[in-house]
Each structure stands twice: as C-alpha cells, then as structure tokens.
Design a protein around this ligand. Structure first.
Ligand code: PZK
Length: 285
C-alpha cells in the first residue's frame, strides 16, 4: 500500500517511499508529552491530525502550493510530492510561549526580533513574528536569526518560505480564532519542487505542529492550558512521573477525554462531523 522503503520516523509519524517522486506520510495514534512518547495510544489521533492537515492544505493553496496529492481511505495516510526540504523549521509566533517566551525572558528578543520590554508570558504580539529554528536530529530545535536562516536556505528560498509561513499563520489563526481556538504559534516545513517553486510540506496547522489554546480560558500572564494535551499533562503531573522515558500507561478516562479534545478541535476547525471524515476522508478536501 504505502509500498516502498521506510524513509524516516518522527516521534509519532512515519514516511515511506511510494516511488521516486512520491511519499506516504502515515500518522500513528501515539501521543507525546513532556517530550516522551507514551505507551498508550489515543484512538483516531492520527486521523484527526491527518484530516486537519489535509483540510488546511486544501484551503491554503492560494497562499502557497503544497505537497498533498491524495488522502488515503484509511484517513491517516497522505500521499505527497517528494521535495528537496529546506534545512530550517519555519516557526511563526503570534503569542509569547514556549522557547519564544524563554528566549524573550533571557534576552528581550526572539530569533533577532527585539520585542517591547515587560511583556508577560502568553501575551499576544503586536504582529506575528517569523522565528526560524534549526532542525535538531535529537534534542530541541534552536531559534536562529534571519541571517543564519538566510545563509542556510539561500536568499530567494528564505524570503519565499518566510512570506509563505507568515501568510499561512495569519490565515490559520484568523480561521481558528473565529471558532474559539487561539493558534499561539506553529511550525511549517517547506521544500522546493524540481521547478524551483517553494512548496508547503509535512503536516500543517495541527495540534502536534502548533500550540492550540482554548480562547475561553485565555489569560495572559502565565502558561496557558493546551487545547488537546492538558488532560494528559495534568494526569501525568498527578502521578509524580519524573518525565523520563518510559512514560506511564494512561487510564481509560484520560484516553477518552483526550480523544474527545482532538475530535473537538477537528470539528470546530473544519465544521465537518468527525464521523463523516471517518466514512469519507476526502470530505476535508
Ligand atoms: C520529509 N520529513 C520530516 C515528517 C517523519 C519525518 N514532501 C517531502 N519530500 C521530501 N521529504 C519530506 C517531505 C515531507 N513531508 C519530511 N522528512 C522528509 C518528517 C514526518 C515524519 F518521520
């Protein structure tokens, strides 16, 4: 089916070769928290993420072309055009969180963007910022400034990737905000097609590649609850787990609650019943 050789593994996804020009991206139901993949899957999580990615790919082609060719009937496999990937993570931040908040607190800047003094954690930024990062093969990506990112990609590719990423973030954040979800930040991966066009790849605007916050609970000045993973994180905290592998097995109620949150994110963002997606994955296209 995905037929060919295994090309790469992410923490919770796999890539296979279909032929010289084509890849299959398969999303599992694995979940990671505190950087550890837990032993208990969340049923349909891979389908939620695959359906969301495909939904965004179909709706953002006017902003930048993307690698999606086809969605498989299993709902967890995207058939994609093979690209030459850019060597940076294209991160866009609309709010101060995660490593953006950390870098700001330590230096007053994120990826070379000097920000106003005295901002609180989770503050909405006056404008979204592009904060490229290195692709670490293990450990954490490191935010880099525009000069380094430009040198890694080449001037033209860098500017095309930056413009695409900012426009995609603005589109996704506006769509999500209108449906009660704050898209605090997100990471895109872009590649270059054989004709030199810069193309959106990987997954896009999913809870695994983004910070989704429930708008109803938004309160700047501290860490925000994650739309999708907060049940899991809270439960893990209560067990006293030291956050080193292996992680704990999740109880049924935490699995069910977490699955509901993923499905809720899917339905709020796509306005498509998740059961319709399961019956016919092309419903998101
Ligand atoms: C590609 N990754 C990262 C993602 C993993 C690893 N269209 C493409 N062409 C060529 N290469 C890639 C893609 C895409 N997407 C992306 N590695 C290679 C990655 C998901 C799971 F294991």
């Amino acid at each position: 089916m995905s037929a060919g050789a295994h090309i790469a593994s992410g923490k919770v996804r796999e890539i296979y070769a279909v032929d010289d020009d084509t890849l299959a991206l398969v999303a599992s139901d694995r979940i990671s928290t505190f950087d550890v993949v837990l032993p208990t899957p969340i049923p349909d999580k891979g389908r939620v993420l695959t359906g969301l990615s495909a939904f965004w790919f179909a709706r953002t082609r006017h902003i930048v072309p993307n690698h999606l060719l086809e969605i498989r009937g299993d709902g967890r496999t995207l058939i994609c055009r093979r690209l030459e990937m850019l060597p940076i993570e294209c991160v866009v931040r609309g709010y101060l969180a995660g490593s953006g908040w950390k870098d700001y607190r330590e230096t007053g800047a994120v990826s070379g963007h000097d920000l106003p003094a005295g901002l609180a954690e989770a503050t909405r930024l006056p404008e979204p910022i592009f904060t490229p990062a290195t692709k670490a093969s293990e450990g954490h990506d490191e935010n880099i400034d525009e000069r380094r990112a430009r040198a890694l990609c080449g001037e033209d590719r860098y500017l095309a990737a930056k413009d695409a990423a900012l426009a995609l973030y603005r589109f996704g954040a506006a769509h999500a905000e209108a449906r009660g979800i704050i898209l605090a930040d997100t990471k895109f991966e872009l590649g270059v097609a054989s004709d030199g066009t810069v193309v959106l790849a990987d997954e896009a605007l999913t809870p695994d590649s983004s910070r989704f916050w429930p708008a109803s609970a938004y309160q700047p000045g501290g860490p925000q609850p994650s739309f999708d993973k907060q049940f899991v994180r809270d439960w893990c905290e209560r067990t006293g787990w030291n956050k080193e592998a292996p992680g704990p097995e999740l109880p049924d109620d935490v699995v069910a609650g977490t699955r509901s949150r993923y499905v809720e994110a899917f339905e709020r963002l796509t306005e498509i019943p998740f059961d319709d997606y399961l019956a016919r994955p092309e419903a998101v296209l």
